[in-house]
Design a protein around this ligand. Structure first.
Ligand SMILES: *Cc1c(COP(=O)(O)O)cnc(C)c1O
Length: 479
């Protein structure tokens, strides 16, 4: 007996085609018209429950009905992170070619763990990692890397590798250094890996939010005197808060002299290397032992795609290779890389494809121009803010991030009043859904933060948003 289509989870060929076209139409429509939509989605748990909560259905439903329901109710209830007026956190500008590449990778369900399962997927990962090694000035022959789900997983992978290579099995005395502006994913990774709190040194940053070198050196010296084992320094190339780059060359020298592994978290700012000004700011990035970059941020890829690069590809293999019996027949020769031996995941989706297809299609030059535009846009925004007696720049435009606050000189507001005013402005803007613009805290001050990595955001859209902020601010002051 031939099972019916439903029992084999299949659709008729023509039905598949029609279904697929509707999905593509929806994606294209969204991509082409998102500018006219409101970027912010606001809904409570109760509202979402009332829309979606149900038992798993035993019976089938009409495919088109389910699709329509999802297009109407699900896809509309998410903040549009690729919207030109999504300024907060780190936006996800993405690009259509990569979205289609992801669709292909999923449609063919390509297993990107080992060479035997897909030589082409492994090869494209090798090729695109090589592109990145070259872009960041890492050793092209000896260097290596792996694509991960994101920056958090890349940082975790880096810290495990550093520990394996520097400490072996005994890390009871190992100590890790990072600044107070380092991304929280590093602390999370350190905790996941079973380090104790006493093994972490959070080094204060200076007025520019860069790690204090003197403080770092003192901490290392003190720990060595105590008989501890300083083994890892995590620097940041573009902090998420302010875009600040730690003094990478100087840190590298300290790490060399003291025998520390130097990991650079470039998840936010790494991509700025594609722009001339960005490259200057990132001087020394090529000296890291390992480097996190996050293509789903400023390399314009859709979620999920992070990346870890290392100076020596053997480090990854020495850290992550395990040899269960059932994988014996698929080991292959050493030039044919099994990426499951280079990271945490065995079964992996084919992430390299979107990076490969988007760079082949648009060319690296288009990416360079987009990143340069983003850096320039933030600088133009700073200039605009500085010309006004109502705005105050708190941290200057750096790698497309700028922090500022509404502070009309005439109003003579106290620090507390300024905090309340800018918090109010952000809440009103988000409630209006016109722009995603939230606050951050710098030196204890509540400030507005714009992250301008969307190449489709215009200066006019920035000015319109600032105008809206000023209106809410003025209304509050007059109330
Ligand atoms: C975003 C970010 C991360 C975490 O990356 P995910 O892709 O969100 O996991 C780590 N470090 C920095 C500096 C970041 O900006």
């Amino acid at each position: 007996m031939i099972p019916n289509k439903k029992a084999t989870l299949e659709m008729e060929t023509e039905a598949m085609r029609a279904y697929g076209y509707r999905v593509v139409d929806a994606i294209v429509e969204h991509t082409a018209t998102q500018r006219e939509k409101l970027p912010v989605a606001l809904a409570s748990r109760e509202e979402m429950d009332s829309m979606f909560l149900e038992e798993a259905p035993e019976k089938s439903s009409d495919a088109e009905e389910v699709l329509n329901f999802v297009l109407e109710k699900v896809m509309t209830q998410s903040t549009i992170v690729s919207h030109p007026k999504s300024f907060s956190f780190v936006p996800g500008p993405s690009n259509y070619v990569s979205a289609m590449a992801d669709t292909l990778a999923t449609g063919f369900n390509i297993f990107s763990g080992g060479w035997a399962a897909s030589p082409a997927a492994a090869e494209l990962e090798i090729v695109t990692i090589n592109w990145l090694l070259k872009i960041f000035g890492f050793p092209s022959k000896k260097g290596g890397g792996i694509f991960t789900s994101g920056g958090s997983m890349a940082n975790l992978t880096a810290i495990v590798t550093a520990r394996r290579i520097k400490c072996g099995d005994d890390f009871s005395k190992a100590v890790i250094y990072l600044s107070d502006q380092a991304h929280s994913s590093n602390i999370k990774a350190i905790r996941i890996l079973g380090f104790r709190k006493e093994q972490i040194r959070i080094i204060p940053t200076d007025l520019e939010f860069k790690i204090g070198l003197n403080k770092l050196q003192n901490a290392i010296a003190k720990d060595k005197l105590k008989g501890l084992q300083p083994f890892l320094m995590i620097g940041t190339a573009g902090t998420t808060n302010t875009g600040t780059v730690d003094p990478l060359s100087e840190i590298s020298k300290i790490c060399k002299a003291e025998g520390l592994w130097f990991h650079i978290d470039g998840a936010y700012g790494g991509a700025a290397i594609l722009a001339k000004d960005g490259k200057k700011l990132l001087k020394g990035i090529q000296k890291a032992d390992s480097l996190t970059v996050d293509p789903h941020k400023w390399f314009y890829q859709p979620y999920e795609m992070g990346c870890l690069l290392v100076r020596n590809h053997k480090w990854l293999k020495n850290t992550f290779t395990e040899k269960p019996e059932y994988l014996r027949d698929v080991e292959g020769n050493t030039s044919e890389i099994n990426f499951y031996d280079h990271g945490v995941q065995l079964t992996r989706r084919f992430r390299a494809l979107k990076f490969y297809m988007s760079i082949k299609t648009f060319g690296l030059q288009a990416f360079r121009k987009a990143v340069t535009y983003n850096i320039d846009l933030a600088e133009a925004t700073e200039k605009y803010l500085r010309k006004s007696a109502r705005w105050e720049v708190i941290s200057p435009a750096t790698l497309a991030v700028i922090n500022f606050r509404y502070n009309p000189i005439k109003a003579q507001l106290s620090e507390k009043e300024l905090d309340q005013l800018n918090q109010h402005i952000s809440e009103q803007v988000v409630a209006s859904r016109e722009a995603l613009l939230v606050t951050t805290v710098l030196n204890g001050q509540i400030v507005l933060r714009m992250c301008l990595i969307n190449p489709r955001t215009t200066l006019q859209e920035v000015k319109d948003t600032l105008q809206l902020c000023a209106q809410f601010g003025q209304a509050k002051l007059e109330a």
